[in-house]
Design a protein around this ligand. Structure first.
Ligand code: UD1
Length: 345
């Protein structure tokens, strides 16, 4: 039986693993939670709501500098990799657990399987952009969500890349009934609301930009309810946040919102899949397909209110990208099996 170790540690990783897990069910899995996200807001309830099995190991790395998170994760992974002897180590996305997992695998001579490979914002000041390039650089199998990712990998002469679609859409489809049943809209007494999520250091760590964003949001709030699930990194002065948000509640909020204002990567894609117009408070995106489809727009804080008004008055045509059909995970599992079937042991 194929042995695959899956390494996750932050909330968006959990969402992607939840999409993959069924398709990998005939492999022997060992799930490592690095513990980068650990409190009930970002981890506990969120993990269980995704119906993920308990992790086989939790490294409890927690918060700290990037160097601390990476070195702790890598050194703690070594004995687990040594004992389990995986055929491959699967990492998802671009956060620190993925980079740590990929480096540990590479240094121990284990194949790296990267789900959500090839994306590039071309902004090296984002820690995630460096993580993406490094993980791709040591990966043997690279699973890509959109054509831009394939082009980026081709330009870098990467082999082993496959356009398979988006596992987050698999997670959406898989949980559709439970999302429909969420009563979060009634519980929060919402009507005609805008959803907002903010957590990027570039938006929330510096006083000036954070205040500019908050001013624009307060202007919007005079006309529409704003719902803002809390991220522990984001400390706002005037806007109230609420304790989120199980996955199913959050997706229900996203699906029913008039618009979403975000700086997240994944939310841009989920908004497209759920047909919710999106304003992204960043000057680049590694997911250009969401811009090409016309329903996502990059904005600066000083242009946020105007962009909001313009977007309100626009009728969008939502067209899902190729292969965002809920079957990306099955394609991934099939390719993994072929890869190991063909490879001499
Ligand atoms: C991390 C990822 C980012 C991803 C995001 C999703 C990296 C470099 N960044 O950013 O790519 O989009 O997760 O949320 O891996 N904290 C808590 N409780 C927790 C975890 C964190 O209170 O369970 C607080 C701590 O003060 C911590 C801060 O949030 O210092 C930031 O957490 P961290 O995981 O380092 O980064 P994120 O901003 O969540």
């Amino acid at each position: 039986m194929l042995k695959i170790m899956c390494i996750v540690g932050v909330r968006p990783n959990f969402v992607k693993l939840a999409g993959l897990i069924d398709a990998l069910s005939d492999m022997k899995l060992f799930i490592v939670h690095t513990g980068q996200h650990y409190d009930h807001v970002l981890d506990g309830e969120f993990w269980h709501d995704l119906q993920l099995p308990d992790a086989d190991a939790n490294l409890r790395v927690g918060s700290g500098s990037h160097i601390y998170q990476l070195t702790q994760t890598i050194s703690q992974l070594e004995p687990f990799i040594g004992d389990f002897k995986p055929d491959g180590i699967l990492v998802v996305g671009d956060a620190n657990p993925s980079l740590a997992g990929a480096l540990a695998a590479n240094k121990m001579g284990v194949d790296v399987i990267h789900v959500e490979a090839g994306l590039r914002s071309f902004d090296n000041s984002m820690p995630e952009e460096i993580n993406r390039k490094l993980v791709d650089g040591v990966s043997s199998l690279l699973f890509v969500t959109e054509q831009s990712g394939m082009n980026n990998l081709k330009n870098g002469c990467w082999g082993g890349a496959h356009l398979v679609g988006n596992v987050m859409v698999d997670t959406l489809r898989k949980n559709k009934d439970r999302i429909d049943k969420s009563d979060i809209i009634e519980r929060l007494d919402l009507d005609d609301y805008v959803l907002c999520t903010l957590h990027r250091p570039s938006n929330v760590d510096g006083e000036r930009r954070r205040t500019q964003i908050e001013d624009a949001l307060l202007r919007i709030k005079r006309e529409h309810q704003i719902v803002m699930p809390q991220h522990p990194r984001t400390k706002l002065k005037y806007l109230k946040t609420f304790q989120p948000a199980k996955y199913t509640d959050f997706i229900k909020l996203l699906a029913c919102a008039k618009m979403v204002i975000t700086d997240s990567g994944g939310v841009q894609e989920e908004a497209l899949a759920l047909e919710t117009p999106c304003l992204t408070l960043r000057d680049s995106t590694e997911r250009p397909i969401t811009l090409e489809r016309g329903c996502n727009r990059l904005v600066e804080p000083d242009g946020l209110y105007t962009a909001f008004r313009e977007t309100l008055g626009t009728k969008f045509k939502f067209e899902l990208p190729a292969l965002w059909d809920g079957h990306a995970s099955e394609r991934i599992a099939k390719i993994i099996k072929v890869y190991y079937g063909d490879k001499p042991k």
